[in-house]
Design a protein around this ligand. Structure first.
Ligand code: ADP
Length: 491
């Protein structure tokens, strides 16, 4: 019998995206479907989401959800069922889902996302009648702090007639914890007993992620290495004690990539499509990229060094400050750099200054451009991902699929998905990229030099590209892992 899972998320492609969470939440329904899991996604009704619903089929209404009237609208996310929490007082704001036009968190985020959690608990707990012939839900799956209150309401605030439903809490990034002032606690509609170390209380306030981690039946994060790392203070960011105390309830399941969208053999966004057996065709894409970025074209001068790319948030987490320090080294080794990203103002300015300093060698596009990111993966020689921490990371997975060799920090999902070209891995013919340790000038510039040296050995470089392209980072294995986890909770 198919299991019914409600996936609660604050973003999901193709409707609303600010980061990797949207890719994962959007892909999950199709990933688990082959394993007899029927996943419905619950999303907040931001303007971009409600506008995409062709008909407004209202399946439930709340007079007051955390003080706001709200409706539940049924729709589709791709081929999968979708429920949208339409509460204009909470979500009817254009722009970024979490911050106001000045870039500050909306001051009522606690109420907006508590309402999402309350609605989710009502739905899976059977307080919202199931539509049509559908049964109720078997499992709730909450993503990140925005959905953290869903397991908490299930645990602490369900009426006697509600159905007990197990829950999974997934951490996509431990740095974002949704901490709120303790003053909001009385307004959450939780019993006083929930104000405790094993409830929602966190450093004198309410921790929305912490609430979900304490209450959920199981916890996952998005790579096995990150699941270990968050047990330590450096990566656990205050929640390491809770993670350790949850012991075997915590596991890591790697994100997959959507191989329909990210496939160089069929990608309509590339100037020229190619496969592992026709990698020479990539040169057309490389030339197109050079022209697009205004980089010196591949002549005699450049032949001996790679075109590095970056597609990233320009933040400290991503190690972009250290990359800035190494730009001169990179250019000095003969390489070129094309950067696409946006983020912290001083880092954006730093890349602009680097491009001014090295015209034709370094070029930058500040902004978010999904199509350009495809062209970069299809034309760049190597992608740089020097993250200080990386729960899973998607850009290195896209790069592997596109024969763009990843040069990555040895952390989290980067450590789990890239095989370093050390002498043993090269001898065994299994290497797929270059890893470096600490995110420092010395370590990163060493990795860049190593990548340049590998590039100068074309047979070895081709091997790296082909090995990467042969890796299977589709959702096949991870879809099954989630399905097995859901089943284990109801066994
Ligand atoms: P994170 O979610 O921490 O930002 P991930 O690597 O997990 O990092 O996912 C980032 C996603 O956003 C990837 O799909 C990546 O290609 C995309 N991305 C990041 N910055 C940009 C940008 N400036 N333009 C286009 N796509 C971007």
């Amino acid at each position: 019998m198919a299991l019914r899972v409600l996936s609660v998320t604050s973003e999901a492609v193709p409707l609303i995206k600010t980061g990797g969470l949207a890719d994962v939440a959007g892909a999950l329904p199709a990933a688990v479907a082959p394993h007899k899991i029927e996943m419905t996604t619950l999303l907040p009704g931001y303007p971009a989401v409600t506008a995409a619903l062709p008909r407004k089929r209202v399946v439930h209404a709340w007079d007051s959800l955390l003080g706001e009237p709200a409706r539940l609208i049924a729709g589709k996310l791709g081929d999968a069922p979708l429920l949208v929490l339409d509460a204009p007082g909470l979500f009817g704001r254009a722009g970024n889902p979490y911050v106001d036009p000045a870039g500050q968190d909306w001051s009522d985020n606690w109420r907006r996302f508590a309402a999402l959690g309350r609605a989710a608990a009502d739905i899976v707990g059977g307080l919202v009648p199931a539509t049509g012939k559908r049964r109720g839900f078997d499992v709730l799956h909450a993503h990140d702090w925005q959905a953290g209150m869903a397991p908490a309401y299930l645990r602490w605030a369900m009426p006697a007639q509600a159905l007990p439903v197990p829950s999974v809490m997934t951490i996509h990034n431990m740095a974002f914890q949704g901490w709120q002032s303790g003053e909001v606690f009385p307004r959450l509609g939780l019993p006083q007993a929930a104000w405790s170390v094993d409830g929602v209380e966190y450093h004198g306030g309410v921790g929305l992620l912490k609430a979900g981690l304490a209450a959920a039946s199981a916890i996952t994060t998005v790579s096995p290495t990150y699941a270990q790392e968050i047990r330590t203070a450096e990566f656990g960011m205050g929640l390491e004690g809770l993670i350790v105390s949850r012991g075997g309830d915590v596991s890591g399941i790697l994100n997959g990539i959507d191989t329909q969208v990210w496939n160089p053999e069929s990608d309509p966004l590339l100037a020229r499509r190619y496969g592992a057996a026709s990698l020479s065709r990539r040169m057309t894409n490389k030339h197109a990229l050079e022209a697009e970025f205004g980089l010196d074209a591949s002549g005699a001068q450049e032949r001996g060094a790679p075109l590095f790319i970056v597609v990233s948030r320009l933040t400290g987490q991503k190690g972009m400050d250290v990359l800035l320090e190494t730009v001169d080294h990179l250019v000095g080794s003969g390489a070129r750099l094309a950067v696409l990203g946006s983020g912290e103002a001083w880092i954006e300015a730093g890349f602009r200054a680097a491009a001014d300093r090295h015209p034709g060698r370094v070029a930058v596009r500040i902004g978010y451009d999904e199509d350009l990111s495809h062209r970069m993966q299809g034309g760049g020689d190597a992608i740089l991902v020097p993250s200080r921490y990386e729960p899973c990371g998607l850009t290195q997975l896209y790069a592997l699929a596109y024969g763009c060799v990843p040069v990555v920090a040895r952390t989290g999902g980067l450590a789990d998905t890239v095989i370093d070209a050390n002498p043993a891995a090269l001898a065994a013919g299994v290497a797929t990229g270059v890893q470096h340790g600490a995110v420092t000038y010395d370590s990163l510039s060493g990795a860049l030099s190593r990548a340049v040296a590998l590039y100068q050995r074309p047979d070895e470089w081709l091997r790296l590209q082909r090995n990467g392209m042969a890796c299977d980072f589709s959702w096949r294995a991870s879809g099954k892992a989630y399905a097995d986890l859901y089943r284990s909770l109801i066994a």
